[in-house]
Write a protein of this length. Structure first.
Length: 147
């Protein structure tokens, strides 16, 4: 939901409660599908394609030390799974509990411009590297969420 008529970001809420350990991260499902929140009249402008950015909420960052780890996270218009947000607890000593329904991030729509000859034609789900090899970086466990 947009909080005011001039809000650029659509608030995303946690679909389930999660506790994030000190200096840890957690992937939080919002239960929201992009197709349900993308403006239906969002046009293609001069070869630009709409996409969404998942951004931190300033109040959550300032008051609780919780940020979107890969901000801004990019969600392509053809992504078909629920939107998930990787939250990071910047506090080195205290676990932070995120209750169900808490506003955890904001979704901002924008346009990308690209060279059409470099485009593959396929739809996908998965997110978080689904267009890459799926292999973890050298030295990484590739397990995702960190304690």
């Amino acid at each position: 939901m947009y909080q005011t008529k001039y809000s650029a970001g659509l608030d995303l809420c946690a679909a389930a409660a999660v506790t994030i350990r000190p200096l840890g991260s957690a992937t939080v499902d919002t239960g929201v599908y992009l197709k349900d929140v993308i403006p239906p009249d969002l046009p293609v402008i001069d070869d630009g394609l709409p996409f969404a950015m998942v951004c931190s909420r300033s109040g959550l960052a300032a008051n609780d030390g919780i940020i979107v780890l890969n901000a801004p996270g990019i969600i392509d218009a053809d992504y078909e799974d629920t939107i998930k947000v990787v939250l990071y607890n910047t506090n080195p000593k205290i676990s932070i509990h995120v209750p169900t329904g808490a506003r955890i991030a904001q979704l901002v729509f924008a346009y990308a411009y690209r060279r059409t000859e470099l485009v593959k034609q396929e739809q996908r789900t998965g997110g978080f590297g689904s267009t890459g090899t799926g292999e973890p970086l050298p030295g990484s466990t590739g397990t995702g969420d960190k304690p």
